[in-house]
Design a protein around this ligand. Structure first.
Ligand code: SF4
Length: 113
């Protein structure tokens, strides 16, 4: 059975860094295999999975992995599918080329009062 860190074919390609970074070996969820469901069905509680993520030492790495690969299912980095979609949307509001947030953009001179 593949580990939860092996993306399916529908997900974005895994990079060399994903395979060599090794953060997965510190995943707290590995201690709860078969006890806590990190892929609950729609409407089922995420509480137990999120509680495990809260104390996970690689929570940030896990979240970034799931965001980058656009993993659609399950709890990753302490966030649900919906929460990750919301975070992705929030990040997309950051202007990608300049690195400035929408609120930090300068007003074009033509719009100055
Ligand atoms: S953040 Fe949660 S899902 Fe990710 S590795 Fe840690 S325990 Fe597992």
């Amino acid at each position: 059975m593949p580990s939860r860190f092996e993306p399916t074919l529908t997900e974005t390609a895994v990079t060399e860094s994903d395979l060599t970074s090794g953060w997965q070996q510190f995943a707290e969820c590995a201690q709860y295999a078969g006890e806590v469901d990190f892929f609950p069905a729609r409407g089922e509680s995420l509480r137990d999975a999120k509680a495990v993520c809260t104390v996970c030492p690689v929570k940030n790495e896990c979240l970034e992995f799931a965001l980058r690969l656009k993993v659609a299912h399950g709890v990753w980095g302490g966030l649900s599918e919906r929460e990750r979609r919301s975070l992705r949307r929030e990040r997309h509001r950051v202007e990608p080329r300049s690195g400035l947030r929408t609120s930090q953009r300068t007003t074009p001179p033509s719009q100055h009062a």
